[in-house]
Design a protein around this ligand. Structure first.
Ligand SMILES: C[S@@+](CC[C@H](N)C(=O)[O-])C[C@H]1O[C@@H](n2cnc3c(N)ncnc32)[C@H](O)[C@@H]1O
Length: 242
């Protein structure tokens, strides 16, 4: 795996790892982020208003979508298992879960007000294509929010986070799941997630992708305790002049 993107075999490995951790995904996330993961999700989800039509790409078991309170929410998720799990737990009146990938979003152009990618953009195999698709489905003036674990380019914080993700997280996950689950693991799935942390781009790269595609107001902010970042951009309003 490298910054050019994953092979299809590596990508399927990530999906399988996600499927296998689903029963304890939220518990382990809580532990490895000291309870911050859900607070980050809540803070980001608050960017959507009640009247918005919202799209979440890579919704997994619904851990982010359950914090959204908008009138219409589309969740796109490639894993059949995770799509089924989230369909059961998320409110049917508001939420439609669709199997698919962010690189070919199964929605019409200019049909949504907000796009969220929470801890999933790193898994996209073709990130520029994903950004183009987000631009296509957003209405003029709509916004995109890409959230992931902070990844500073250098310095002591970069070292610390790297050690945490690479070494501490797999150990904490082993402790959190207990001996019965551990016995079923051929390979600790949290090692796979450490590899995707290695491979995902710095926020400056994501900002560059958004700007290249024509998004405006592009910028990144830290979420609580600076453990995660949210990169955002707006699809420009249509000019009234020609
Ligand atoms: C770490 S989970 C994040 C789940 C949820 N958004 C959250 O906040 O916890 C990443 C999700 O992205 C999905 N994913 C992987 N590749 C994807 C792609 N190309 N397009 C959309 N989602 C993808 C995975 O199946 C997985 O469910």
């Amino acid at each position: 795996m490298d910054s050019r993107g994953m092979t299809s075999e590596e990508w399927l490995g990530v999906i399988e790892a996600m499927d296998s951790v689903e029963p304890y995904y939220d518990r382990v996330n809580g532990l490895i982020t000291l309870g911050l993961a859900d607070k980050w999700r809540r803070d980001v989800a608050a960017r959507a208003g009640p009247e918005d039509v919202v799209l979440e790409l890579g919704s997994g078991p619904g851990s982010f979508a359950r914090h959204l309170a908008s009138k219409k929410i589309y969740c796109v998720e490639p894993s059949r298992h995770l799509a089924d799990v989230s369909r059961k737990s998320l409110p049917h009146e508001q939420v439609t879960v669709i199997r698919g990938v962010g690189e070919t979003i199964p929605l019409a152009e200019e049909s949504v007000d907000k796009v969220f990618c929470s801890f999933s953009f790193r898994d996209f195999r073709d990130r520029p294509k994903g950004i183009s698709e987000m631009f296509r489905v957003l209405r003029p003036g709509g916004e995109v929010f890409i959230t992931d674990v902070a990844k500073p380019p250098s310095g002591p914080m970069a070292k610390l986070l790297d050690i945490h993700v690479r070494h501490m997280v797999p150990v904490l996950a082993r402790i959190a799941v207990g001996p019965d689950v551990r016995a079923l693991w051929d390979r600790n799935p949290y090692r796979t997630f450490a590899e995707t942390y290695d491979a995902f781009g710095f926020t400056a790269v994501y900002e560059g992708l958004l700007k290249d595609r024509g998004f405006s107001e592009v910028g990144t902010e830290f979420l609580r305790m600076k453990g995660a970042t949210m990169t955002r951009g707006r699809k420009p309003w249509k000019s009234t002049y020609s």
